[in-house]
Design a protein around this ligand. Structure first.
Ligand SMILES: [Fe+2]
Length: 222
């Protein structure tokens, strides 16, 4: 199994996330103070992607400054994930997943590996924090020894990990600060053409090329 890595990619999209979510500059880790209904009971798997922030994010995504800057950053990021491949040899998750990890809550409701939800090799996950991620506000990823470690990363870093095969989960966030991140999958195009695409758990799109995954050219023309 591929080892989990945190690398500095120099791309900090936090200002564009703040713009898209409509909160003041540099307040992302205080997002709970802008969250209607916080504190709320610990989110379940069914609820974790349907908070107000997700609604704002996905409705505003297409054509946003965030989307534009993300697309521009992809050749650099993809070269860190798949050093041997050019960007037009890579399939890209069309719309990244937003994660909001409020204090005393979780961002993702259950421990899982993505293979449980229709994902398959050769997908690799890119996890991009927009706030400092550490300890209980971060994602925990299983090591080879079966233990779970929190990712320590800052805006401008990405974690690259095998979410298909490695279990990952959240703890109750006891840091007092909200963690906001997004994650998306990349895969060599080669391995994507003849896969039997399953439905994604939240959007119900087929996890295959042309639906859940697109080429870079398709992203540029979207
Ligand atoms: Fe996952």
């Amino acid at each position: 199994m591929m080892q989990t890595r945190v690398v500095h990619c120099g791309v900090n999209l936090a200002p564009y996330v703040e713009e898209l979510l409509g909160i003041p500059r540099s307040k992302l880790n205080w997002l709970h103070n802008y969250s209607y209904g916080w504190p709320m009971p610990v989110l379940t798997r069914e609820q974790d992607s349907y908070q107000d922030w997700h609604q704002k994010f996905y409705v505003g995504w297409m054509g946003s400054a965030l989307q534009g800057h993300w697309v521009n950053s992809l050749p650099n990021i993809a070269s860190l994930v798949f050093p041997g491949l050019a960007i037009d040899e890579i399939a890209i998750q069309k719309i990244p997943c937003l994660r909001v990890h409020l204090p005393n809550n979780v961002a993702v409701g259950i421990k899982h590996k993505d293979a449980d939800f229709g994902h398959a090799e050769p997908e690799i996950n890119v996890w991009m924090p927009f706030t400092d991620a550490y300890g209980t506000n971060s994602v925990y990823i299983q090591n080879d020894d079966g233990k779970f470690n929190a990712i320590y990363a800052h805006p401008g870093d990405i974690a690259i990990f095998d979410a298909v095969n490695r279990e990952h989960c959240n703890a109750i966030n006891k840091t007092g600060f909200t963690r906001v991140s997004m994650d998306f999958r990349l895969a060599p195009l080669d391995g994507m053409y003849d896969r039997e695409a399953k439905e994604s758990i939240n959007t119900r799109s087929k996890i295959g090329l042309g639906d859940y995954f697109v080429t870079y050219a398709e992203l540029l023309n979207a």
